[in-house]
Design a protein around this ligand. Structure first.
Ligand code: PA5
Length: 444
């Protein structure tokens, strides 16, 4: 069984013929992605990445993960954007929801740094690590990104004050460019264990490189199953091409966008998928939001957010559609008990599994939202495990490439993320930014 897509609940909003009408175009977009002839073709290394991962690479990552596990109780993953979200998405989805409180641990606790510049967050992390055995995985493709560089500077200093310089080197792994950037220079100088982010794989498409695989392996997730899932989805998409689930998703979301639905809400009914949605938001937002175009990717955790955002979705501006991520069978089983007093009136649910209630919440919501004018796409995953997450990650990646080409943008660049950096450096009076500093100060 594989990941499936169901677009039947969009077809009272867009016509099936129009959605099917994208097929010719999509066939050529898939060809352009595979033959590397479309826009952004120097960043298409992710397209055949799953099938190119070999046993030696996986064994090397597993060995490094085992090393870190043996040494550290806490592993800090330092990175931002594409250098962090993929790992966190998979780790959160597959770890126990209360993982950080577990005392009987087989794997280190993974915590994150460099994904924000909150001073309190930083101080609290430094406090936590004082009495812990810890190690660092520092990830930056450019090797020059400010947020992770600040975090690494602080954490490296702390590591080196706690352990000898030699031992510290054994507790740092750097994942960066093969040649360029400050992190590469430092890692080579210090002799850290390093992994390379291929030139032709952009940050948000890098989860299946060591960027994602090393932290995921440290957390105890089976990276072989994850990669196998992605490999199978690569194969399915190649074989089924314009008839694949990814092609259907790309077609229907573009048709919905063209019919005035400018916001897509990715919805889950399993809180463990929260960071899968964060990863997806980056993937689609950074790939498609350019040239004054692009669907705004939003996300909700249901049924939690039905008690907050549910009102807006049911009755607010009708410019949205939803994509539901649904897991057919949960991994665990909990039955609702009978209560002799039945004061809450819930005995009619006694003996039912919690997931039966969740599924009826899902179906009831879907029908209500469609009735309320919100088209719904359903992406169905048989079970929440590493294999199906691998399928899901590649499904969203390839659909994003196709979808960006339908939209007519280059999905693989991100010129818009430079504007804030330029202003921040000007305001911080970075050497070399003198003219920008003068110009921005004149605006204040
Ligand atoms: O997808 C992207 O390109 C970005 O989100 C980057 O991953 C992010 O800005 C971090 O960049 P770097 O890995 O160079 O530190």
């Amino acid at each position: 069984e594989n990941l499936k897509i169901d677009i039947s609940k969009t077809l009272s909003f867009v016509s099936e013929e129009k959605v099917a009408g994208y097929k010719n175009e999509i066939a050529s977009h898939i060809k352009a992605l595979q033959e590397k002839t479309g826009k952004g073709n120097d960043f298409l290394g992710w397209v055949n990445l799953p099938s190119s991962i070999d046993d030696a690479q996986l064994a090397d990552i597993e060995a490094t993960a085992a090393n870190l596990k043996a040494k550290a109780d806490v592993v800090v993953v330092i990175g931002i954007g594409g250098s962090y979200l993929g790992a966190r998405a998979v780790i959160d989805a597959l770890s126990n929801s209360f993982d950080h409180l577990m005392t009987d641990r087989k794997n280190p606790v993974v915590v994150y740094a460099g994904q924000n510049i909150g001073e309190d967050y930083t101080a609290e992390l430094l406090d936590l690590l004082k009495d812990k055995s810890f190690a660092l995985v520092v990830i930056s493709k450019s090797g020059t990104t400010t947020e992770p560089a600040i975090a690494f500077r602080l954490l490296k200093e702390m590591l080196e004050s706690k352990y000898s310089k030699e031992e510290s080197k054994e507790r740092i792994v750097a994942i960066t460019d093969a040649k360029k950037g400050a992190l590469r220079t430092l890692a080579d100088q210090e002799g850290y264990k390093t992994y390379v982010i291929p030139d032709d794989v952009g940050g948000r498409f890098s989860v299946l490189t060591p960027v994602g695989l090393l932290p995921i392996a440290v957390a105890g997730v089976d990276i072989r199953a994850l990669v196998k899932g992605a490999q199978d989805m690569e194969k399915i998409t190649t074989e089924e091409a314009e008839n694949s689930a990814a092609a259907t998703y790309a077609a229907v979301r573009n048709e919905l966008y063209n019919s005035g639905k400018g916001t897509e809400i990715l919805v889950n009914y399993q809180p463990k998928l929260h960071f899968v949605a964060e990863w997806w938001k980056q993937l689609y937002g950074e790939s498609e939001g350019k040239e004054n175009k692009g669907i705004f990717p939003a996300a909700c955790d249901f049924s939690t957010d039905l008690h907050s955002m549910g009102q807006w979705i049911q009755e607010g501006v009708r410019n949205i559609f939803e994509t539901i991520l649904t897991i057919s069978t949960p991994n665990r089983k909990v039955e609702i008990p009978t209560d002799s007093a039945n004061l809450d009136g819930l005995n009619f649910l006694a003996g039912k599994r919690v997931d039966e209630v969740n599924k009826m919440a899902e179906l009831g919501t879907l029908l209500a939202h469609v009735d309320g004018g919100v088209p719904n796409i359903k992406v169905e995953i048989p079970e929440l495990n590493a294999y199906y997450l691998g399928q899901l990650l590649y499904f969203f990646e390839i659909a994003c490439g196709i979808s960006g080409y339908i939209l007519g943008v280059n999905p693989f660049d991100q010129p818009g993320v430079e504007a804030y950096k330029k202003n921040m450096f000007a305001l911080l009076e970075k050497p070399g930014f003198e003219a920008e500093t003068a110009a921005i100060k004149a605006k204040l």
